[in-house]
Design a protein around this ligand. Structure first.
Ligand SMILES: NC(=O)c1ccc[n+]([C@@H]2O[C@H](COP(=O)([O-])OP(=O)(O)OC[C@H]3O[C@@H](n4cnc5c(N)ncnc54)[C@H](OP(=O)(O)O)[C@@H]3O)[C@@H](O)[C@H]2O)c1
Length: 312
């Protein structure tokens, strides 16, 4: 089975390659240059911009790709408000072009979407709840789902939220940011009225491969098993990583004045995926413990490499 993982240098893309089942030949594609760990986990890497439809067609046809797992996206929610054209180009038009090519090549598409398609007045949300995005990022992710359904390609849509995890070289996510603040030892404030179910990227990647293996079709929600606000999540980070919790104060979304509006009472119900495919998603403490172990292992490995260099 040949799978193309777009956005393979991002957090989810890296985890998809890391947890690639042995029966999958994975072609990782991204606009970024891959590093050594990423190259070791992909069967093949190609520099490819998903907004270039001709390059996508060539890549799918050349290798007879069975599945595209599309994680490539413009993911900076606040920047989407000001860079609307770029956001639409990557999050919507590229998905439309990709799905059109996929229909003609018989490739199935798994599109990663977001809880930001909802307005956050009544979460956690089920798959058939009515979307009503608040900001431009959410609108673009909802539009990506619509264009995918309309092309007639075979598809799975996976909506997720508050993705966290660690991989070498990955761009810092919320947990990394909280750790940086805790390491500085200076009090800081975390928003306390944005609720979701943080999703460990390791679990999401494994769940996605389960959906692919099960020939799933349609829309699935995948989130972690704890529903909590961001400040409570930050307190759990402090607890698991052994920092004092009293550095973490609170701030409201209204005070924080982020550029893009946020769904407040959000989160995703993932019963459908659990019941149909036996998928299991960790809660935050278990997820953070795994992340901590991975970070420790990485720093021990770089320590060993450093020692070897000095010994030469
Ligand atoms: N992070 C979250 O909390 C969250 C929540 C819900 C849903 N999601 C969705 O989950 C998916 C994965 O998220 P993530 O956090 O893993 O994203 P990420 O870390 O930002 O990774 C996305 C990757 O795609 C690359 N990319 C961007 N434009 C591209 C293009 N035109 N062609 C090829 N590659 C391109 C990015 O490169 P650059 O860095 O150079 O742009 C990056 O390496 C996204 O679809 C996102 O919308 C994320």
């Amino acid at each position: 089975m040949i799978a193309m993982v777009t956005g393979c240098c991002g957090l989810l893309g890296r985890k998809l390659l890391q947890y690639r089942p042995s029966w999958v030949y994975a072609v990782g594609v991204d606009v970024q240059e891959p590093d050594a760990p990423l190259l070791a986990s992909a069967c093949e890497y190609q520099h490819l911009d998903v907004t270039h439809a001709d390059a996508i067609r060539e890549a799918l046809e050349k290798r007879s790709v069975d599945w595209v797992v599309n994680t490539a996206a413009f993911t900076n929610v606040d920047a989407c408000e000001t860079r609307r054209e770029d956001c639409w180009q990557i999050n919507v038009l590229a998905v439309k072009a990709l799905a059109e090519v996929a229909r003609t090549t018989g490739t199935r598409v798994l599109q990663v979407s977001s809880d930001y398609v909802f307005d956050g007045t009544a979460g956690p949300y089920a798959e058939d709840d009515e979307p009503a995005p608040l900001g431009f990022y959410g609108r673009s992710k909802l539009a990506s789902e619509v264009v995918l359904r309309e092309t007639g390609a075979e598809y799975v849509i996976v909506r997720t939220n508050v993705l966290y995890g660690h991989a070498p070289g990955v761009r810092p996510n919320f947990v990394h940011w909280v750790l940086q603040q805790l390491e500085r030892g200076v009090p800081f404030r975390v928003v306390s009225d944005q609720v979701g179910n943080p999703t460990l990227a390791d679990d999401l990647a494994q769940a996605i491969w389960t959906l692919v293996a099960s020939e799933a079709r349609g829309t699935y929600h995948l989130g972690g098993s704890d529903l909590l606000d961001r400040r409570t999540f930050a307190l759990a980070v402090a607890e698991v990583f052994g920092f004092p919790q009293d550095l973490i104060g609170e701030i409201s979304t209204a005070e924080l004045r982020q550029a893009a509006p946020r769904p407040l009472r959000s989160g995703l119900l993932w019963e459908k995926a659990r019941q149909r495919f036996g998928i299991r998603m960790r809660g935050v403490r278990e997820g953070l413990q795994l992340m901590r172990a991975q970070m420790l292992e990485e720093s021990m490995q770089s320590g060993r490499q450093e020692a070897r260099r000095e010994a030469k």
